[in-house]
Design a binder for this molecule. Structure first.
Ligand code: KG4
Ligand code: ZN
Length: 359
């Protein structure tokens, strides 16, 4: 569990409470104006580790238990009270249905009790909006590369508060999912991304195995990571069958290179194709050190300006939801009707939830 407070700020700007429960992190953020005051996260990741993936019912129960204490921790870290909150934002989707429901119900309860406006927001848009907390107003338009355990998307973002256009997405596994599955093949713990990152960084040779780069130059903004995952598994199996040791650091580095290579090439290509100068990268996989380094290198070579939040704001958190809520409030976007549902497959084009969408 972590909680961190930002600097003391003028009290005139509205205070927004953000709640995130789409997967296994109960995140609560507090943003005043566009300044981050607190970012409290309670993760149930350890409870899922032995299953090798997130178990939805376990995540939902953990959110229930963590919700009120995490809200309190965020308030304490920010030095504010619930009564001072001016608006609430909550992830309405996409994500695990049961997990989303806990956050949405809690947020509705807080909004009703405090009589404050509530924004049901899109998790993917929040991953983009969070960068404002660190690097100032978002450039418009921008291209966003969102890579996490649940999604891998390239988006054209004319305006994060009002318009997001999907350019492409994975046709099979998400990038983070591939990291987690390959980690399992290599005997590394769940979630695998940080472990692969560390193993690769411990002297791994990225050229050791030339793993495939699917859809590398197919002219689309779509991705595919399932074949890469299988290629790693087959390579490791063959090595084991031959009675040879598996060079974990080298395989991790070679796999990571294949993912970072495709992601950064497609992201930069999308910027060039749409005449967009700014690329924002977000989602848990954006914490990957090789992805960050290669993106910086390729953006510089192509004349694209890169923005990536610090790793703690890339993985799921409440600050990103508060950041998007604050943006919507500042821009005068109407709050959500109180009967909006948790929508496990909320499309990225729906930046705020509206009543009557599917569950
Ligand atoms: O955004 P996130 O916290 O949750 C989802 O919305 O899925 O992303 C979690 C994913 C996991 O698959 C995890 O393995 C991956 O992000 N991840 C990383 C790194 N840190 C987290 N992948 C590669 N390198 C990392 N350093
Ligand atoms: Zn996410």
């Amino acid at each position: 569990m972590t909680a961190s407070a930002g600097p003391g700020l003028a009290t005139a700007a509205p205070l927004v409470l953000g709640i995130e429960t789409s997967c296994d992190e109960t995140g609560v953020g507090l943003v005043r104006g566009h300044e981050l005051l607190a970012d409290a996260v309670a993760s149930s990741v350890d409870e899922h580790a032995r299953f090798g993936g997130v178990v939805p019912e376990v995540a939902s129960r953990a959110h229930l238990e963590a919700m009120v204490p995490t809200v309190q921790r965020a308030l304490d870290a920010a030095g504010v009270t619930l009564a001072q909150v001016d608006a609430i934002a909550v992830t309405a989707g996409p994500g695990l249905a049961g997990a989303l429901l806990v956050g949405v119900c809690a947020a509705k309860a807080y909004a009703l009790a405090l009589d404050k406006p509530l924004y049901g927001v899109n998790h993917l848009a929040a991953h983009v909006a969070v960068d404002r907390l660190e690097h100032g107003p978002l450039p418009a338009p921008a291209v966003a590369l969102l890579v996490s355990g649940g999604h891998s998307s390239l988006l054209l973002v004319p305006d994060v508060a009002t318009e997001i256009v999907p350019l492409g997405a994975t046709i099979d596994d998400a990038a983070g999912e591939a990291f987690d599955k390959v980690a399992r093949v290599l005997g590394l713990p769940f979630p695998g991304g940080p472990h692969i990152d560390r193993a690769a960084g411990s002297g791994g040779d990225a050229d050791f195995v030339p793993f495939p780069r699917a859809k590398y130059r197919d002219g689309t903004s779509d991705f595919s990571f399932s074949g890469l995952k299988t290629a790693v598994a087959r390579w490791v199996e063959a090595r084991e069958a031959a009675g040879e040791p598996v060079p974990v650091a080298d395989v991790a580095a070679s796999f990571q290179e294949a993912v970072a290579d495709v992601l950064t090439r497609k992201a930069v290509d999308a910027c060039l194709a749409h005449g967009v100068e700014h690329l924002v990268i977000g989602g848990g996989v954006a914490a990957n050190s090789r992805l960050r380094a290669l993106a910086a290198q390729r953006c510089e070579a192509a004349g694209v300006r890169l923005r990536v939040p610090r790793p703690g704001l890339c993985t799921d958190n409440g600050a990103m939801v508060a950041a998007l809520g604050a943006e919507l409030l500042a821009r005068g976007v109407a709050a959500s009707a109180m009967d909006f549902p948790a929508d496990s497959s909320l499309p990225v084009t729906a930046i705020t939830a509206t009543a009557g969408q599917r569950v």
